[in-house]
Design a protein around this ligand. Structure first.
Ligand code: ZN
Length: 232
C-alpha cells in the first residue's frame, strides 16, 4: 500500500463519482462496488447491433460497439458527467482500456489504421482543459497499439450544449459542425475508428462521418463509444 496515497487520503478524502463513498488508497475514482456494478453492453456482434443500426440509413459504417449502458436517471450517468465536466477524463481512459478488448475480440478495431476522437470546439476545449473523447480514444489506442489521429477532424463551430435538447433539435444542431482537413494525414483507402464518450441520436458521429467522407471519399469507418443510452 502506498503510504503517501494513504496519508493524502486521510487529509483530503476522495469520493466515488457514482455513490459518493469515501475511496480507499487502492481505488482511483470509482469505488470497487460501483466498478463491479457497471452494466456492460452485451451485444454479441460488431457488425449488427443497435448502434450500427442507427447509422445505417445515414452512412456506410463497417463496425460499431459501445461498452456501458446508462440512462439519465441512473447513478451511472454520473460517470459521464464526471468524465465530461468534472475533471475526470482519466476515468474515461481507464474504462476504455479495460472494456475495449471485449469489442476487439468481436472484430471492432480490426484493420483500423487510425483512431480519431470526436473533437470539441477549440474554445470549449480551452475552457474545459481537455477533450473527454480524446482520453477515451487514448485508452482504446493503448489497448490496441494503434495511433491516434487528432489533426484531421476539427469542429468548426461551438454548438450549444445538447443536454436539454430534444432528439430533433440535437440532429439539427449537429449539422455541418465538423470539417476534415486535407493535406494532413491522407485517409483515403484507410480505416478509422471514430471514438466518442456517448451516443444518443448519433447526430454528432453522423456529421463527423459526413465531414471525413467529403474530404476522403474512400475512407472506411468504424465507431466506438464508451456509453450507450439507447435500446438494449
Ligand atoms: Zn461507488
Amino acid at each position: 500500500m502506498n503510504f503517501w496515497r494513504t496519508l493524502v487520503d486521510l487529509l483530503l478524502p476522495r469520493h466515488c463519482v457514482v455513490c459518493g463513498a469515501e475511496l480507499d488508497s487502492t481505488e482511483k475514482d470509482l469505488c470497487n462496488v460501483c466498478l463491479c456494478r457497471i452494466v456492460p453492453v452485451t451485444w454479441t456482434s460488431a457488425t449488427d447491433n443497435p448502434l450500427l443500426r442507427i447509422m445505417w440509413d445515414r452512412h456506410e459504417v463497417d463496425a460499431a460497439g459501445s461498452s456501458f449502458y446508462y440512462n439519465a436517471s441512473s447513478d451511472y450517468h454520473k460517470i459521464f458527467i464526471a468524465i465530461k465536466y468534472q475533471g475526470y477524463p482519466k476515468l474515461g481512459e481507464r474504462l476504455a482500456r479495460l472494456s475495449f478488448p471485449v469489442w476487439n475480440a468481436l472484430g471492432l478495431g480490426c484493420g483500423v489504421d487510425y483512431i480519431i476522437p470526436v473533437p470539441l470546439a477549440m474554445q470549449r476545449q480551452l475552457k474545459r482543459g481537455y477533450n473527454q473523447a480524446e482520453w477515451i480514444a487514448r485508452g482504446v489506442a493503448a489497448s490496441m497499439g494503434i495511433p491516434l489521429c487528432t489533426d484531421v477532424l476539427v469542429r468548426r463551430k461551438s454548438n450549444e450544449t445538447q443536454t436539454r435538447k430534444s432528439a430533433r433539435q440535437r440532429q439539427e444542431n449537429a449539422k455541418n459542425i465538423f470539417l476534415a482537413r486535407k493535406g494532413r494525414t491522407d485517409l483515403n483507402g484507410r480505416t478509422v475508428l471514430l471514438v466518442d464518450d456517448v451516443v444518443t441520436t448519433g447526430a454528432t458521429i453522423s456529421d463527423s462521418i459526413r465531414a471525413l467522407r467529403e474530404a476522403f471519399p474512400t475512407v472506411r469507418v468504424q465507431i466506438y463509444t464508451l456509453g450507450w443510452a439507447g435500446e438494449r
